[in-house]
Design a protein around this ligand. Structure first.
Ligand code: HEC
Ligand code: HEC
Length: 277
């Protein structure tokens, strides 16, 4: 997996506008090149685009920028060839569902079909805008992280947020507010796997056309193939089109949470985690 470096000044999430300040550490800009043209132009209902924008900013914006024009770890989707070739989600959909975990793109297996379609609508709309504008720079907005209420965050953690189903403030998360601070803590809370190997590798079970079942840990995965290390230690390539593959990733819950948090919840939980010292 690519090592992901988060600059302290780069941040976006459901709560916070994507922030970028001068001289960020980024790959050389492709902004001078024209984005690839959409192969089959598509239009979407404004309501669907709007719904997609909300979804996108909470689930994808952290990495791809709230406007889909690229973030610190995720590429500019308005310049993506895959997006240019997509027709109503036929390419983007499978990509979002499978992710490309080793490259830092999580799998969104549980995303509702309607949310996925709305996200696709938003991405195409952003691309259309980028094509007509020729691409503009994103604005700078520094996150105000310190607006949360720790007590409300504690309630959310133990209640509506469901965090306590998997975590304990005096157990695995004891001292988390000392190990990570500010944005680093928020980043950890939103994307525990970023910048390091997944703590607990995903497991997969595949049923091949000949009826054979292959199960083990996921070595790598993209929209075409899953490589599974089976119980004998051998790596097996299963193509997504030939096998029925079920993947159990302990971090999936985290990606799904992104769509649940309101801005306030997120700030509150962050404030609460800061008190775990
Ligand atoms: C944790 C960061 C992260 C999140 C969250 C994330 N992505 Fe990505 N995404 C990436 C990275 C990194 C890549 C590049 C993978 C590669 O290099 O092959 C990528 C690639 C993609 C691509 C393919 C671009 C191309 O041209 O190959 C699409 C489409 C995409 N993401 C859409 C989304 C959508 C939609 C969401 C939200 C549902 C999302 N991503 C959430 C990090 C992320
Ligand atoms: C279904 C289980 C599940 C739920 C629900 C869940 N998490 Fe997690 N969380 C995980 C797993 C798995 C990890 C990765 C464990 C590790 O880092 O070793 C993780 C990691 C984290 C980390 C990083 C810990 C570290 O030391 O790096 C934080 C912070 C965190 N979660 C906060 C939350 C919060 C806040 C919520 C609720 C809003 C939540 N989690 C809900 C499973 C869950």
């Amino acid at each position: 997996m690519r090592v992901i470096l988060f600059s302290l000044w780069i941040f976006a999430g459901a709560a916070v506008l994507f922030a970028q300040q001068p001289a960020p550490v980024r790959a050389p800009s492709t902004a001078s090149q024209r984005p690839p043209q959409t192969v089959q132009p598509q239009t979407y209902q404004p309501e669907q685009i709007q719904a997609g924008q909300i979804r996108f900013s909470s689930q994808c914006g952290f990495c791809h920028g709230r406007d889909a024009a690229g973030g610190e770890t995720g590429p500019d989707l308005t310049r993506s060839v895959l997006v240019a070739q997509d027709l109503r989600g036929d390419k983007i959909g499978p990509m979002i569902r499978s992710g490309r975990q080793e490259k830092g793109m999580p799998a969104f297996q549980e995303l509702a079909e309607s949310d996925l379609n709305a996200i696709v609508a938003f991405v195409h709309d952003q691309k259309t805008k980028a094509e007509s504008l020729g691409g503009g720079r994103r604005s700078v907005d520094v996150a105000d992280l310190q607006t949360g209420n720790a007590d409300a965050g504690k309630q959310y953690f133990n209640g509506a947020g469901g965090c306590a189903k998997c975590h304990s403030a005096s157990g695995d998360l004891a001292g988390v507010g000392m190990r990570f601070q500010g944005l680093a803590l928020l980043q950890r809370m939103l994307y525990p796997a970023s910048g390091r190997p997944a703590p607990a590798p995903a497991k997969a079970t595949a049923t091949l056309p000949n009826g054979e079942t292959v199960s083990g840990t996921v070595v790598s995965r993209d929209e075409f193939t899953v490589v599974i290390r089976d119980t004998s230690g051998a790596n097996r390539n299963v193509s997504a089109s030939e096998g029925k593959i079920t993947i159990d990733d302990p971090l999936n819950a985290h990606f799904e949470l992104l769509g649940k948090y309101t801005d306030t919840d997120m700030h509150n939980v962050h404030a609460y985690l800061q008190t775990l010292r």
